[in-house]
Design a protein around this ligand. Structure first.
Ligand SMILES: *Cc1c(COP(=O)(O)O)cnc(C)c1O
Length: 332
């Protein structure tokens, strides 16, 4: 079975399971779980920030960030297709009274900074108070350029608003750009990193920022039911992932590039886009359905339009996949 639906489908490796079995634990709500504490410290250190918070999911991590940066009646500026706007169940609005100001992403995954500026509300009681700009890196697999992030920081400083990063795939951006994690995180007040995507942990995310910010997020985490007890059992997997699974993300990027090249050979360059660990296949619906069925018959599961590469896909899987694409007959 080759499952390309998402990089969330990975299963813990033997080494990771061993780390889980060996994990030292305590009650994390009392701050007494040594493995959780080690994970939070390690994550913060990797991004050169003061503190980290281990949370059950990326959705909760972003929610805690929004609740910590914004109050009731405040707003955050965010991509129309961003996870923090579109795919988190309206949590910020439902639980925080926080209003989104969505803007279309540009083709490169950035938000146009002039449009961001134009959407920061003046100090006038007709408007919500703009508190935060929220970016995503990678977004749709695209890694944002450092110069853009630096410009976004300058904008936020000028307008005295915060800058949060939904870095679900932050380390894919680090590996793809060759820019260090510290440097890529530097412009942001807070960063959320998923451990359960390409890093291959079964569960969990890290929220990272200043001591004061994390203290606030910790309070909100308890309030939304994210305070866990002997969470070291799962945090051990996250710690193992940070130690062993960052550099290997380059393999996923290489695999995605190879498969994208095979798709381009078969269907033409316009039918495919490749960024980091994702391949977007753009075919008419019926053609795509035929390709999907062909792959499914050979044990490959894909969604439309995005194929996502991860820890459980190795070189031989990729060779097999390329052979399947080559052997596909597009139309009768
Ligand atoms: C997966 C994802 C999240 C949320 O993570 P969950 O753990 O699934 O809640 C947030 N942002 C992006 C960009 C993601 O891909």
């Amino acid at each position: 079975m080759i499952d390309l639906r998402s990089d969330t489908v990975t299963r813990p490796t033997a080494g990771m399971r061993e780390a889980i079995a060996r994990a030292d634990v305590g009650d994390d709500v009392y701050g007494e779980d040594p493995t959780v504490n080690a994970l939070e410290t390690a994550g913060a250190a990797m991004l050169d920030k003061e503190a980290g918070l281990y949370v059950p999911s990326g959705t909760q991590s972003n929610l805690l960030a929004l609740l910590s940066h914004c109050g009731r009646g405040d707003e955050y500026i965010v991509g129309q297709a961003a996870h923090t706007y579109r795919f988190e169940g309206g949590g910020a609005a439902a639980l925080g009274g926080i209003q989104p100001q969505p803007l279309e992403f540009e083709a490169d995954g950035t938000l146009d900074l002039d449009r961001v500026t134009a959407n920061i509300k003046p100090d006038d009681f007709h408007f919500a108070v703009t508190r935060l700009l929220c970016l995503e890196n990678t977004t749709g697999g695209k890694a944002l350029p450092l110069s853009y992030l630096t410009d976004a920081r300058a904008l936020c400083n000028r307008h005295r608003i915060g800058l949060h990063l939904d870095g679900a795939r932050f380390f894919n951006a680090v590996v793809a750009t060759g820019v260090s994690a510290e440097t890529l995180a530097e412009p942001f007040d807070s960063v959320s990193v998923c451990l359960s995507k390409g890093l291959g942990a079964p569960v969990g995310s890290l929220l990272i920022g200043t001591e004061a910010f994390i203290a606030s997020a910790r309070r909100w985490r308890k309030m939304v039911g994210g305070g866990m007890r002997q969470a070291g059992v799962i945090a051990a997997a996250g710690l193992y992932a940070l130690e062993h699974h960052v550099e290997r993300l380059a393999d996923d990027h290489r695999h995605a590039a190879a498969v994208a090249a095979a798709v381009a050979d078969k269907f033409g360059d316009d039918a495919v886009a490749h960024d980091t660990n994702m391949v977007h296949v753009h075919l008419p619906e019926t053609a795509y359905a035929r390709l999907r069925d062909h792959l499914q018959q050979h044990g490959v599961t894909v969604r439309r339009p995005r194929w996502v590469f991860h820890l459980d896909i190795d070189d031989s899987d990729v060779d097999l996949l390329i052979t399947m694409i080559e052997s596909f007959t597009p139309a009768e």
